[in-house]
Design a protein around this ligand. Sequence first.
Ligand code: SF4
Length: 387
Amino acid sequence: MSRPAIRGWCPGALHPMASGDGLVVRVRPRLARLSPEQAAGIAALSLRHGNGLIDLSSRANLQLRGVTADSHPELIEGLRDLGLIDASAEAEARRNVALTPFWTPGDDSHCIATALAKRLAAPDAPDLPGKFGFAVDCGAASLLGATSADIRLERGADGGLICRADGAETGARVTRDSAADLALILARWFVDTGGAPQGRGRMAAHLDKGTPLPSAFTAGTSASGSAPPAPGRCVQGMLVALEFGQMRAETLATLAKKGALRLTPWRMLLIEGAARAPAMPGLITTPDDPRLRIVACPGAPACRQALSATRPLGRALAPHLPQGALLHVSGCAKGCAHPGPAPLTLAATGPDRFDLIRNGRAGDPPDKTGLSPDDLTSHPDVLTKGP
Ligand code: SF4
């Protein structure tokens, strides 16, 4: 099996990434929220300058696919007119803040995320690796525990706010006013103590090497975790999931007519103030929909590194999986769509050839090899039964 390339950076709008279907242009809306005008504008730009496919990333960003080198400059101008472009690619890369979608204006999450984004845009902000990110998750219980982040601002088990290094059990106690400053102090400590040699590195790996945290960050309390929500009504509106975290531009244009949209890291959009969602292909509105049991990366032909198509197989297998199951279908051993272990993983090893890994990652040693989509769809019990 050929080894997947590790890039160590994330695409942005000003720094797009080449993929099998053209450039991927990532948009990071402020507070992970799109006004109806911004959402409608992105939908129109995707149709005009891309291939009409839009991903919702696991860090709650939108990715416009199928952009070309020729169409990119006009796309950027369109996004700039919508207020969605940063001053520079560096500023864009630094503003890597995941925010709980259940904030309300003026609450801890909203105020801290706003202050943090401002500090990260300042000229003296630390020079952080491209994948380094923050999670602001200060509701009654933390929901973003499984979302990739290096510094977490969250609710401690005793009800107070904490700033926690990812990978550490406890964090420093903070207030709404001090949280962003403490997060930046921790980010600078990470850089100053060698967390990012050659400009790459993550907090948890840095701590794993035995680097001791400053005492203030080990003296506080632990976080209070909670499972992410399912599609359905919530206080702020309606949560809808996207099949494989992707939608057509036409879907985004329709949703824009329903209200402002908050992006979540769970392949879901929150439609502010909505009581119901429109019935549209690829839109999941109920928690028992079998497609929620599948995680699949774009696969072939959308990804250059993919060894096989992934999503048709995931779609075909979804109804055969029991409720509560999770199957990760990966186009190669990199496992982008689910970097951590999954109960079931099918990792492509060639065109229409998959290895099955139980309770592991896409690159882990397989339990079964050489499975074809026909084998799997005609005998789906091979996934859950047998040695
Ligand atoms: S896991 Fe999927 S998206 Fe990631 S590199 Fe492999 S084929 Fe591409």
